[in-house]
Write a protein that binds this ligand. Structure first.
Ligand code: 5GP
Length: 121
């Protein structure tokens, strides 16, 4: 699947659409989900143009991969949902049609602030 430069997260990265930003560095942008499913529901996205986790795993640089994983932990600490600062959280990635992915730019969902519940519905 080729990357769609007009997907909603590409527009957020370009500043064309606003977001409620939590954290940003050279590799990631994190912001609150517009339709939260739990008390805390945020998204962490790489700045690079990757459609999904498989695209990212195959094509991202080592620095980008490290940057995304570290970004997730930094955000969890900032929100005080990491195990060292809070009570833990769930990181979830939807991939493709069967995974339920709606936005074709890789994003990690972080859910927390309460017990997240069953793993899948
Ligand atoms: P997916 O189903 O692709 O894994 O998740 C996409 C997520 O993006 C959904 O949870 C949805 O609420 C969120 N989302 C869609 N459009 C926007 C937007 O314009 N701003 C923000 N902050 N979140 C969005």
């Amino acid at each position: 699947m080729t990357y769609d430069n007009n997907n909603i997260f590409a527009k957020i990265l370009r500043g064309e659409i606003p977001c409620e930003k939590i954290y940003e560095d050279d590799y990631v942008l994190s912001f609150y989900d517009i339709n939260p499913q739990k008390k805390i529901h945020v998204l962490v996205i790489p700045k690079g143009k990757y459609v999904d986790l498989d695209d990212f795993s195959h094509n991202a640089s080592s620095n980008e991969i490290t940057g995304l994983l570290k970004g997730i932990s930094i955000v969890a600490q900032k929100l005080r949902i990491s195990v060292d600062t809070g009570k833990g959280y769930r990181a979830l990635v939807n991939i493709g049609e069967h995974g339920g992915q709606e936005v074709p730019h890789l994003h990690f969902h972080l859910f927390g602030g309460e017990k997240v519940g069953g793993m899948v519905q």
